[in-house]
Design a binder for this molecule. Structure first.
Ligand code: C2E
Ligand code: MG
Ligand code: MG
Ligand code: MG
Length: 292
């Protein structure tokens, strides 16, 4: 019986793995050319200064509308894009489009904000990574300090020497760097000092459990304190409720992003949202003008 059970279990895992492999291959096949078929597009989610409601930036997020399966989450297709190398083309396209869009909004006078673009480890590891960034900025005419790159802790902590070198070059250029999903990695926090980064993004898993969960409260508080002592900005991601925002304000976290303010939006939705938000902010805060 034991042998049989063992065999069944093996069979189960094996079928499961095969199914997953097939699924990945099919996703990879469909992802090839998805950009050219206009199935990939970008959405923008505003980042807010908590004390005054100013729009300080927007994070750009990729969306894939599969012709048959409908929307596929980036959590599923980004890993496939990374394993297949497709992320290089997709990522560079997203970067160039983001810079171009941010510059259009600046020139239109809609908003002079910073744009934050997620960067995959595969992109960051390329030897010409900084040149790709420089080219995207030059092509769009976007000032470097209007671009922020979101990297995860593991990306920065792997291959420390080349990573440090790239971060230094980005810093010299004036490009901003944020550490995404901060608190979930295993990085030696002490080594954070040697990295020229500008902002920490408190991972949404902690924000989700605020307030009330002692661990989440302690971690969020520690990240804000650390950011402050290192001279880094700190933003909370995944802010969904007033109670979360109140807690964040209480621990002096100055920036937030999440459904409480806005969902990630298409270009035209974002434009309409900005206009409405600014009217509201002006009405509720006389004298508040929005430029940053
Ligand atoms: P991330 O960079 O940490 O992005 C935050 C995720 O949280 C986004 O999911 C966003 O839509 C979602 N989110 C925003 N506000 C809230 C909220 O209030 N509550 C909750 N529960 N979620 C919220 P999304 O768009 O599905 O992206 C997932 C991940 O996929 C991103 O995590 C990022 O790691 C990756 N990704 C997305 N776009 C790109 C891209 O262009 N390039 C790369 N390399 N990765 C990307
Ligand atoms: Mg991000
Ligand atoms: Mg994140
Ligand atoms: Mg992430």
């Amino acid at each position: 019986i034991a042998k049989e059970a063992g065999r069944n279990r093996y069979q189960f895992y094996s079928d499961d793995m095969t199914a997953r492999a097939i699924e990945r291959l099919s996703l990879e096949r469909d992802l090839r050319g998805a950009a050219e078929r206009n199935e990939l597009f970008l959405v923008y989610q505003p980042q807010i200064e908590l004390t005054n409601g100013y729009i300080i930036g927007a994070e750009v997020l990729l969306r894939w509308k599969h012709p048959v399966r409908g929307f596929i989450s980036p959590l599923r297709f980004i890993p496939v894009a990374e394993d297949s190398g497709l992320i290089l083309g997709i990522g560079e396209r997203a970067l160039r489009e983001s810079c171009r869009q941010a510059q259009v909004w600046r020139e239109q006078g809609l908003l002079d904000m910073r744009i934050s673009v997620n960067i995959s480890a595969v992109q960051f590891r390329q030897t010409d990574f900084v040149e790709v960034i420089e080219r995207a900025l030059a092509e769009a005419g976007l000032p470097p300090d209007k671009l922020e790159l979101e990297l995860t802790e593991s990306v920065v902590m792997q291959d420390v020497e080349p990573a440090l070198e790239k971060l230094r070059r980005l810093d010299t250029l004036g490009v901003k760097v944020a550490i995404d999903d901060f608190g979930t990695g295993y990085s030696r926090l002490s080594s954070l000092r040697q990295f020229t980064v500008d902002r920490l993004k408190i991972d949404q898993s902690f924000v989700h459990d605020l307030p009330g969960n002692a661990d989440a409260e302690a971690i969020a508080t520690a990240i804000v304190a650390m950011g402050s002592s290192l001279g880094l900005r700190v933003i909370a991601e995944g802010v969904e409720t007033e109670a979360q925002e109140e807690f964040l304000q209480r621990i002096s976290c100055k920036e937030g992003q999440g459904y409480l303010y806005a969902w990630p939006m298409t270009t035209s939705e974002f434009e309409a949202w900005v206009t409405a938000w600014q009217l509201h902010a002006r009405a509720s805060r006389p004298g508040a003008s929005q430029t940053n």
